[in-house]
Design a protein around this ligand. Structure first.
Ligand code: AFP
Length: 350
């Protein structure tokens, strides 16, 4: 039974009872992640008052200009997790290689992978931004990139922290998706949204329409039919949202239903997609599936993908089951005509 109003630490300790062999390490790791997010929230809330807006002169391994807050957020995750003895290594959107734990520090058996600040293009316009994290297990004491390359189904935890009107952490450890709101008065995340469930139907989609002419036919077919509204085959009016921060667009669909897509397009063929598998697609797919939604590349279940590189990119389409079924049917039919492989299988789509 999940008790409304408990703190994040109380919730995790209650959930820990499901794992008799638990040592408490996981609870302490999650606490360190929560502290990191609270510190990032404090920096984000100050904005220009703390002189944290704007860009650095550096680019990250993605070739993207690093914002000052990107660097601060990354450093806060390292500072609060590297020397605590709960992780064996870390990896971040902002770091080319795996971050190894200093020699003299005890190792835990967890791998922490994170996008310290997702939606960086929103920082200077005071738009919603967030942190995304994923936790895997390892028995290695000095893990390499290879040890991180585990399917999304191997995640023991996934979550995000949304720095919005309120600061919210949404988390799953495989037993539902649960939302916590930061109470600034006591500095605790409080369970406010237990067992979040994505409505199966929706009339709202999130996609960057500027890429419309680049999409593959099955995605264009779906959006075109939505845009025809009540006169079209869907016989209902759709609306569109696009925040430019996956954390916000996913949070909205978990809260009230919807669809989020950054699908394959002809400008992304070389890269494999826009969004990163290990610290964007996989954690969000875990959260969406645990909240009753579907998460796919269009052709494969995201959580089943076998990662090949730490910063690998993939197409991402996820959200309400009714819409996802139409989209997957479109992709299945297109794959048959185009001689592409379609293997998506999950609880909600056989
Ligand atoms: P940034 O963190 O570089 O702003 O990228 C955010 C993001 O990875 C994801 O959060 C958004 O959904 C997507 O990119 C927005 O991409 P476009 O700017 O191409 O719309």
């Amino acid at each position: 039974m999940t008790h409304f109003g408990v703190t994040l630490s109380q919730f995790i300790m209650e959930e820990q009872r499901r794992f008799p062999e638990a040592t408490g390490n996981f609870t302490l790791l999650l606490n360190d992640i929560a502290v990191s997010c609270k510190m990032i929230a404090a920096a984000v809330q100050k904005g220009q008052l703390a002189n944290v807006l704007g860009a650095t002169d550096n680019e990250n391994c993605q070739g993207e200009t690093q914002q000052i807050l990107d660097v601060i957020a990354n450093e806060l995750f390292i500072k609060n997790n590297a020397n605590r003895g709960h992780v064996a290594a870390m990896a971040s959107e902002e770091m080319d290689d795996v971050f190894n734990i200093p020699e003299n520090v005890p190792r835990g058996n967890y791998l922490l992978i994170f996008d310290p600040l997702d939606g960086s293009s929103n920082i200077d316009i005071n738009g919603p931004i967030g942190t995304i994290f994923s936790i895997l297990k390892t028995d290695k004491k000095n893990p390499t990139e290879e040890d991180f390359l585990q399917e999304g189904t191997k995640q023991v935890c996934a979550g995000y922290c949304l720095y919005g009107s309120a600061t919210m952490m949404v988390l799953t450890i495989g037993y539902g998706t649960h939302g916590f709101t930061l109470d600034p008065a006591i500095g605790e995340f409080i369970l406010t949204h237990p067992n979040m469930q994505i409505p199966s139907s929706t009339a709202e989609y999130a996609i960057n329409q500027a890429n419309r002419n680049l999409w593959e036919p099955p995605m264009r077919k779906y959006i075109d039919e939505c845009d025809l509204g009540v006169e079209g085959p869907r016989k209902k009016k759709f609306t569109m949202r696009w925040v430019g921060a996956m954390v916000m667009d996913i949070h909205r669909l978990i809260q009230r239903g919807g669809l989020f897509a950054y699908p394959m397009d002809s400008s992304l063929t070389e890269k494999g997609g826009r969004l990163r598998l290990m610290y964007e697609a996989n954690p969000m797919a875990f959260l969406v599936e645990q909240a009753g939604g579907i998460a796919s590349t269009g052709y494969e279940r995201i959580l089943d993908l076998a990662p090949e590189k730490l910063h690998q990119r993939v197409p991402v389409i996820m959200g309400s089951t009714d819409e996802m079924k139409i989209i997957l049917d479109n992709h299945k039919a297109f794959a048959k005509e185009a001689g592409k492989e379609f293997t998506h299988q999950c609880k909600s789509y056989a």
